[in-house]
Design a protein around this ligand. Structure first.
Ligand code: C2O
Length: 356
């Protein structure tokens, strides 16, 4: 094994909708950078003012919702006025597409940031920059993403702010089942649906959370996922990446193989496919809670600590910051949220009492 190097931007090519499947009909590669890869600097944390505090999405007030909508609207407007601006909404979604749908190759080998120990750090860096971009678009250096608090009964629904038609947080390419405060099932990959009561569903979700956070993840490799080897698709995700991270994606996206009104076949868009997930604003809210689970897991103590393998610590990614500057980042630099300038407003974790 070896640390996973940053993507080779020069060889970025066509992404595919599914592995070996049809091509995504637009480019997911980042807008051209003026420099050679080797001249891209390592990211340094800017001077910190007040930390950004991420709060549960279901508790957001109207003032926050308006601010968040405005930031996303401005981001979406960039798509129209400057399609190659890396801070635009589509460009930000394309980050996920390039890293996850076979667009990046390094020395001929495909890069994939899911199903392995790259999952948590990659997404932490991704939403770190995304949050800073949103804040800068509305001149609010303390702007923080909300988190979709699906590990708490009060958050086991699509957060209401995302279910308002006509707002920038709404996405038409969701499964209609997520609307109108329907309670989610954290345990299903979409194929089976059990007819049950809300109470049983919530109870089951809490038991599942206990299993993924406690029973099945007593040590780092089980929580984070297996070591990543470039060019392989080992599919050995950590407990939380698998459930409920993926199940929430599938629950939210359209039904695969169904037909869109325009006649196109659905590949699970938006949330149910890597290439399109970032086109649903709720994606970043979902990943806020995934990221928060990393903290909650470490807070359980004992052997539940960050990995110490140099291959993990020295793995690298590429991102643009809020000033459109390209940077390389390392996994080892995202382990201290205080340094990164954000934190989570606490929310109860009742699953701790749901030992099966
Ligand atoms: Cu990169 Cu939630 O997937």
């Amino acid at each position: 094994a070896a640390p996973s190097p940053p993507p080779d931007l020069k060889t970025c090519s066509t992404a595919t909708v599914t592995p070996g499947g049809p091509a995504v009909d637009y480019s997911c590669c980042p807008p051209p950078i003026p420099t050679d890869m080797s001249t891209i600097p390592y990211y340094k944390f800017p001077p910190m003012n007040k930390p950004r505090i991420r709060s549960p999405a279901h508790l957001a007030d109207e003032e926050y919702i308006a601010k968040y909508n405005l930031a996303i609207t401005r981001m979406k407007n960039l798509d129209k006025t400057e399609p190659l601006n890396p801070l635009g909404f589509k460009q930000q979604a394309n980050i996920h597409c390039a890293y996850c749908n076979s667009a990046y190759r390094i020395g001929g080998k495909e890069l994939q940031v899911h199903n392995s120990w790259l999952f948590f750090p990659f997404h932490r860096w991704y939403i770190y920059f995304y949050e800073r971009i949103l804040g800068s678009l509305i001149d609010d250096p303390t702007f923080a993403l909300p988190y979709w608090n699906w590990d708490n009964p009060k958050g086991m629904r699509l957060p209401p702010m995302f279910d308002r038609e006509g707002t920038s947080l709404y996405d038409e390419r969701r499964n209609p089942q997520v609307r109108n405060r329907t309670v989610m099932d954290l345990g299903t990959f979409g194929k089976y649906k059990v007819d049950t009561t809300e109470l049983l569903l919530i109870n089951n979700n809490l038991i599942l959370m206990y299993r993924q956070m406690v029973t099945n993840a007593p040590c780092p490799l089980l929580f984070f996922g297996a070591p990543y080897v470039l060019g392989t698709n080992i599919e050995a995700p950590g407990t939380i990446e698998n459930i409920p991270h993926i199940t929430v994606h599938i629950w939210t996206g359209t039904v695969r193989d169904s037909t869109f009104p325009n006649g196109d076949t659905s590949y699970g868009e938006d949330m149910g496919n890597f290439y399109s997930a970032g086109l649903d604003p709720v994606f970043y809210c979902h990943h806020g809670n995934v990221d928060r689970m990393w903290n909650e897991w470490k807070a359980l103590g004992g052997r539940r600590t960050d990995l110490t393998q140099p291959d993990w610590l020295n793995s690298e990614f590429f991102f643009y910051d809020e000033n459109k500057n390209p940077y390389l980042v390392k996994v080892q630099d995202c382990l201290d949220m205080k340094k990164m300038g954000y934190d989570y407003a606490p929310s109860p974790t009742p699953w701790l009492n749901f030992k099966p």
